[in-house]
Design a binder for this molecule. Structure first.
Ligand code: URA
Ligand code: SF4
Length: 201
């Protein structure tokens, strides 16, 4: 499984976005409503990478517009990051879920799906050329830092991606939404984002 043949290797963001809906690189397109493309300035200095669109994102067609997105918005404000100045995307572009009655319950994408979708993220990195990448959660970490990387151990530190970009890893905002120790975990998430801001200076 790979998205390779659907990803244009020339042109810019407009072309990339135009091709995304056609992707059949893994089976996730079959049940989801749509592929959700990354958003933000093409020349953004900072790129934040999440996991997959959730139920809201799949319905609305925009990244981070559901509960995880609201939490991310608050954390960005706390860390002094302007959402309109960063490029936000996901490691996997289609929503993966299981049906429970009428509800669609998020499922973590498989290693095969993460690998299949990777060419889209690679191309976004090539086009945006961010100075700094914030890797949010285990799925984005798997995609960008390999399967051995442990977010819990190596969050909030300066890292380097295989492509040479400076990066900081942190948890996924949805993990903070679900946290039993919300204040502590929200604070730590904001701290990690502040590390990212410092690395850009
Ligand atoms: N979680 C993600 O990883 N991305 C979104 O766009 C929404 C929720
Ligand atoms: Fe293509 Fe990624 Fe969607 Fe799979 S999840 S169909 S690889 S865009």
């Amino acid at each position: 499984m790979t998205a390779e043949e659907w990803v244009p290797h020339d042109g810019g963001m407009r072309k990339l976005r135009a091709r995304l809906p056609d992707c059949r690189g893994c089976e996730l397109w079959e049940d989801a409503e749509r592929a959700v493309a990354g958003e933000g300035p093409v020349r953004a200095e900072m790129m934040l990478v999440g996991e997959t669109p959730g139920d809201h994102e799949d319905k609305e067609g925009h990244v981070f517009v559901g509960p995880a997105g609201h939490l991310l918005d608050k954390a960005l404000v706390e860390a002094g990051i302007d959402r309109s100045k960063v490029y936000l995307t996901n490691a996997v572009k289609h929503f993966r879920f299981e049906r429970e009655g009428k509800r669609r319950i998020h499922k973590t994408p498989s290693a095969g799906q993460i690998t299949a979708c990777h060419p889209w993220l690679t191309r976004e990195l090539e086009i945006v050329k961010p100075s700094l990448v914030v890797v949010m959660g285990a799925v984005a970490a798997k995609a960008l830092l390999g399967s051995k990387f442990r977010v819990t151990q190596d969050r909030g530190k300066r890292l380097e991606l295989p492509g040479g970009q400076t990066a900081v890893a942190t948890v996924h905002p949805s993990a903070v939404v679900r946290s039993q120790e919300f204040r502590r975990d929200f604070g730590r998430f904001v701290d990690d984002l502040r590390v990212a801001v410092k690395l850009l200076d």
